[in-house]
Design a binder for this molecule. Structure first.
Ligand code: TRP
Length: 405
């Protein structure tokens, strides 16, 4: 496993074989129509599977039923989650850190998954949450100006807040405004920069000789929030362990962070990794804002959602009704079914749907209708909350201040 490899090998996850799925912070695509092979990814990345034992321990420690995204293996991989659960058992605190690279496009359903789960973690553990908006990252990687990126960070913050966060225990910052105001953050960035060579970032991220130098140092900026000493106004100067819920494509940053942590004598951040919400057209691709027909946006109307699912959601059903009745549908590739695993909380109902669809009793049209009826209220409820997030509400989250800890 991972621990047997040298630090450099351990940090390097780049796809090497032709049949490897591509999963890095900039590209995600699977080779099979059933989607990414997540078990294989765990092996390649050297992380650990979230198995029944982990889920049971989660339930034991929290005294709550595990979230359906955990029960169903959508959050499927972790690093060191046991160390966090040990802390909780010992009555000690940790904090949560996650983030988003702001983009001009409206957020889609896939963006919401890690935030929905983070909200649940924050509620069950009653811990502070820090959200980083990497507007600087977008300036470096996309054709976007500094001013535009800052603007997008603020709009995106409103979208994130509407998932249900409270300024009482959540601090949100965008790099372009915050880093200059917080010397401790920059000092940690520098400590991190001093621990990582160009060779190592080339290995981890695949950077090349013609990449701009900002990209080469950027990983230190995503790493710094995983150390509590970056936020003295919240943690004084105490060393507090960190848990990062994120999509698996962000893991390279945290492999690097964990390696650096050991050398800085700081606790390694623990991680919980999610799989991706598939695009409407099929599980090979994740939902992506650049293709409007492949995605359900958080500002889509009920009518648009219905049309998109009916028209585009890839079906695992058979070509004709007779054939479908005989052979049944394939839930491994059916996108409407996959969406139900993400958004339909009732396990029993989900199991009944699976059985009925696979036996051929339930037809594709019926399954799509259930998907529409499940996804639509998730979005309309979200939209009602989003409408309440004014500039003032948003500013409260950005204020440099002590939050509940
Ligand atoms: N790089 C991430 C993105 O492009 C944003 C991000 C910053 C992030 N810090 C994070 C994501 C921590 C997860 C966890 O979306």
């Amino acid at each position: 496993m991972a621990e047997d490899k040298s630090p450099e090998e351990q940090m390097n996850n780049l796809a090497v074989n032709d049949d490897d799925d591509v999963v890095d912070p900039w590209n995600v695509s699977g080779k099979s129509e059933t989607g990414i092979d997540y078990d294989k990814l765990i092996k390649r990345f050297g992380s650990s599977k979230i198995d029944d034992e982990v889920i049971q321990r989660f339930e034991k420690v929290t005294g709550k039923k595990a979230h359906h995204l955990l029960r169903r293996g959508i959050f499927f991989s972790h690093r060191d989650i046991h160390s966090i659960l040990n802390l909780v058992e010992a009555g000690k605190k940790f904090y949560l850190y996650t983030g988003r690279g702001p983009s001009s496009d409206s957020m889609h359903l896939g963006h919401m998954i890690p935030f929905m789960f983070t909200k649940w973690l924050q509620d069950v553990f009653d811990v502070p949450l820090i959200i980083q908006l990497t507007d600087d990252e977008k300036v470096l990687w996309r054709d976007i100006k500094v001013e535009q990126a800052r603007q997008m960070a603020h709009t995106n913050a409103k979208d994130i807040i509407a998932v249900g966060f409270s300024p009482e225990n959540t601090f949100i910052f965008n790099d372009l405004d915050f880093i200059g105001q917080c010397p401790a953050f920059y000092q940690n960035m520098l400590r991190i920069q001093k621990c990582v060579t160009f060779n190592q970032v080339k290995g981890i991220f695949g950077f090349g000789d013609s990449d701009v130098i900002g990209k080469i140092t950027f990983p230190s900026i995503e790493a710094a929030p995983a150390f509590s000493t970056s936020f003295p106004f919240i943690f004084d100067n105490k060393v507090v362990p960190c848990l990062v819920p994120c999509a698996i494509d962000q893991d390279p940053y945290f492999r690097m962070t964990r390696d650096v942590a050991a050398r800085l004598k700081m606790p390694k951040p623990a991680l919980l990794h999610s799989s991706f919400l598939p695009a409407l057209q099929g599980a090979q691709h994740k939902m992506s804002a650049s293709d409007p027909n492949a995605s359900i946006f958080l500002n889509d109307t009920a009518k648009q959602i219905k049309n998109k699912i009916n028209k585009y959601a890839f079906s695992g059903g058979q070509a004709t009704v007779d054939e479908h009745r005989e052979k049944g549908g394939n839930t491994e590739v059916d996108i409407s079914y996959k969406y139900l695993t993400f958004f339909l909380e009732d396990d029993q109902r989900l199991a009944e749907i699976k059985k009925s669809y696979e036996s051929g009793e339930m037809l594709t049209g019926e399954l799509k209708k259930i998907a529409v009826d499940t996804v639509t209220p998730v979005i309309t409820d979200y939209q009602a909350r989003r409408a309440l997030v004014t500039d003032d509400v948003m500013q409260d989250f950005f204020r440099i201040r002590r939050i509940k800890f």
